[in-house]
Design a protein around this ligand. Structure first.
Ligand code: ZN
Ligand code: ZN
Length: 289
């Protein structure tokens, strides 16, 4: 762990910009909504702004964007993790209104008969890396009760962002993919005891804690233990259950893991009713080519 963060950041910021180019750039991550009633994340890096999932209505997504100083016009595309209703409701309206390309797996697309016509629809192959403007995006398989669910990593000159929500368990593949991220978005769906003692019917409890359900605070903390490194600056806790989790409890668990790793990364909790705080990092990108 003899790693110097400042040196790492300098290296990253100077990595990919075109020769002679010096411009202000921003790395920004924000959960516009997170939870079983709608999920959508804004990722901004190297001048591109993407939504990962759009589970709110188009109108509500725009309202939340406005709270962080953006409009639909500022978006450049949408990535889709899986077809569950809490991730997809706003995709069609936003894509049509703002002419946004939508990137998703072919099977996921086939499971969305109500998506409507999208002008720029791109099927990615899970496991492959594709370019989006200056970003390099990789998808990886997750275990969840959807047809072909994925998580994403987004690599930019300003660092790597890892995104994994809606997964019943972490796998070696997931941990491998999420290594060396500057910002992580990890599912912290439930506290195991609150779920056990809570009001859900037995079969729903079973579904949530199954290998194809959702990640508990403990499981997510174990994943973080595997992948924490000195370059991690922020972790977003996502898809928290309103019935079976408590933000304070979740934050405490993650803070302990970060402490054990010797890190002081920021912890930001995604919320259902409003956009979360944003992780924001500005940098001057300078050419090295
Ligand atoms: Zn789901
Ligand atoms: Zn979900």
């Amino acid at each position: 762990m003899g790693f110097i963060l400042a040196a790492c950041n300098n290296f990253r910021y100077k990595g990919n910009a075109p020769q002679g180019d010096e411009r202000n750039s921003q790395l920004r991550v924000c959960l516009l909504a997170s939870g079983s009633r709608g999920n959508s994340a804004l990722i901004e890096a190297d001048g591109s702004r993407l939504l990962i999932d759009a589970g709110l209505s188009g109108v509500e997504t725009e309202r939340r964007l406005s709270t962080i100083g953006l409009t639909g016009e500022d978006l450049h595309g949408i990535l889709v993790t899986h077809e569950h209703h809490d991730h997809v409701g706003g995709i069609g309206p936003l894509a049509r209104r703002y002419d946004l390309p939508v990137h998703l797996d072919r099977l996921t697309h086939a499971s969305l008969p109500k998506l409507g016509k999208i002008k720029a629809l791109h099927h990615f192959t899970v496991g492959e890396t594709f370019s989006f403007q200056n970003l390099s995006i990789s998808s990886f398989s997750t275990t969840h009760d959807a047809v072909n669910p994925v998580g994403f990593t987004i690599e930019s000159s300003e660092g790597k962002i890892g995104f994994a929500t809606d997964l019943g368990m972490s796998t070696r593949l997931v941990a491998e993919q999420l290594k060396q991220c500057r910002v992580l978005v990890l599912e912290a769906n439930h506290d195991e005891k609150m779920l056990q003692d809570g009001p859900y019917p037995w079969d729903l409890k079973q579904r949530i804690r199954s290998r194809h359900g959702h990640l508990s605070n403990n499981e997510s903390c174990s994943l973080l233990e595997e992948i924490c490194w000195p370059g991690l600056e922020a972790i977003f806790l996502a898809h928290l259950s309103e019935e079976n989790n408590c933000p304070t409890l979740a934050v405490e668990s993650f803070r302990k893991v970060l402490g054990d790793c010797g890190l002081t990364a920021e912890i930001i909790v995604g919320q259902q009713r409003q956009a979360s705080s944003c992780f924001n990092a500005s940098a001057v990108m300078v050419s090295s080519i």
